[in-house]
Write a protein that binds this ligand. Structure first.
Ligand code: SF4
Length: 382
């Protein structure tokens, strides 16, 4: 965990000015053991030229990767066989991941487990409704934040995901459900602000190469000290106007309760978090969404609703209430429907914009990281 905090602070402090340089050098580094998934059409044209091919070959690769879902270079049959062989010899790959398991819940929610080249497992969820297909993507393998209600947090962090591993999740859900995703939420495994460069690069790829509007993308965080204003600046630098939604996982209306549920909150007082959120709103002109998981008997009382209303009142924001999805490792309870309704009404009566997010796929362990943990346990037993 210490390394991640260090990485995050040094990243935000030193890399703002060097990002453009990195983009320029990205293609120079594309020489061995590299992945094409995540590169733009312009990047791929430049890649083709550097390989001594014409630029249109790069556009062909782009179409086959993003539209046709090519999984390996050999399947891109429009490319000359000699060039395909040469790229493979150099270790250049598309960068798609192998499917390990897929499970479909009674409400059609899809859970996908994908295997990485270094033997890790990534969990992705596809949530369909009549009008939408939302993909809940992971930004890290595991998570260092240790939220007590979360199965992912139990196992700690393995590593952050690369751009190809994030984009693959969205393409894989599209293929598996045979339907175009409309929304992407960075609410799967991991803390996106600890992998912000790859998250922002993925957002750029999802918008430009896969055609998902930036307004349909949500980045969720439990909060990393002093990073939100810099996130606004980095996102503006990378994406132009910031249009994605920032969702801050609050889950408690006061510092004492919050740090008892989210251990990492000890280093980030709730007042500082709210101050940084206000600054983020000023810098981006975008409202912030506050996520609040209702844990029966713990943070779902009237007094908590009143404290929450006072905290976000007069703030350009929205509160999303989510009823807790029990995990086996912890003793938290799901609140009753009537408690959930009362909590919501109390907030509304205080003038807070609020909605209730439905839990999906409950019969198939939808809670963050549950499926992956079960798979790891299964592999350890077998
Ligand atoms: S809820 Fe999110 S931030 Fe917290 S441990 Fe789980 S994955 Fe990490």
């Amino acid at each position: 965990m210490g390394n991640d905090w260090f990485y995050c602070i040094s990243y935000f402090g030193t890399e703002i000015g060097t990002w453009l340089n990195e983009l320029v050098t990205k293609l120079l580094h594309l020489s061995s053991n590299s992945f094409l998934l995540g590169l733009s059409s312009e990047d791929l044209e430049e890649f083709a030229r550097r390989e001594g091919e014409q630029a249109f070959r790069g556009r062909q690769i782009h179409e086959w990767i993003y539209q046709r879902g090519a999984k390996d270079l050999d399947s891109i049959t429009v490319l000359p066989k000699k060039w395909r062989d040469s790229l493979q010899k150099k270790g250049i790959k598309i960068g798609r991941l192998d499917e390990i398991e897929r499970i479909v819940a009674q409400d059609s929610t899809l859970k996908l487990l994908k295997g990485t080249v270094d033997g890790e497992i990534i969990e992705t969820v596809g949530i369909p409704t009549d009008k939408r297909l939302t993909v809940c993507v992971s930004s890290q393998i595991g998570c260092p934040m240790g939220c007590r209600f979360c199965a992912t947090g139990k196992g700690g962090l393995s590593r952050s995901l690369d751009v190809n591993e994030i984009v693959d999740q969205v393409i894989s859900v599209r293929e598996t459900m045979n339907r175009r995703p409309t929304h992407v939420v960075f609410m799967g495994m991991g803390e996106p602000l600890l992998n912000i460069r790859n998250v922002l690069d993925s957002i750029e790829c999802l918008t430009k190469d896969i055609g998902i509007g930036q307004r349909k993308i949500t980045v969720s965080t439990v909060g990393i000290p002093d990073t939100l204003p810099d996130l606004a600046k980095l996102a503006q630098e990378r994406l132009g106007r910031v249009k994605f939604t920032l969702a801050v996982s609050l889950h408690a209306p006061n510092q004492d309760l919050r740090k008892s549920i989210i251990p990492s909150a000890s280093a980030y007082p709730i007042t500082s978090l709210l101050k940084d959120c206000k600054r983020y709103v000023e810098l981006t002109g975008r409202r912030v969404s506050f996520e609040y998981i209702l844990l029966g008997g713990l943070n779902d009382k009237d007094i908590h609703a009143e404290q929450l209303a006072n905290l976000v009142r007069g703030f350009q924001s929205h509160v999303n209430l989510i009823a807790y999805n029990p995990i086996t490792e912890e003793d938290f309870k799901r609140p009753s429907q009537s408690r959930l309704n009362s909590f919501r009404e109390l907030l509304e009566n205080k003038g807070v914009a609020v909605s209730v997010r439905a839990s999906r796929g409950r019969d198939k362990d939808a809670a963050c990281g549950q499926l992956r943990r079960q798979q790891i346990d299964k592999m350890n037993i077998n």
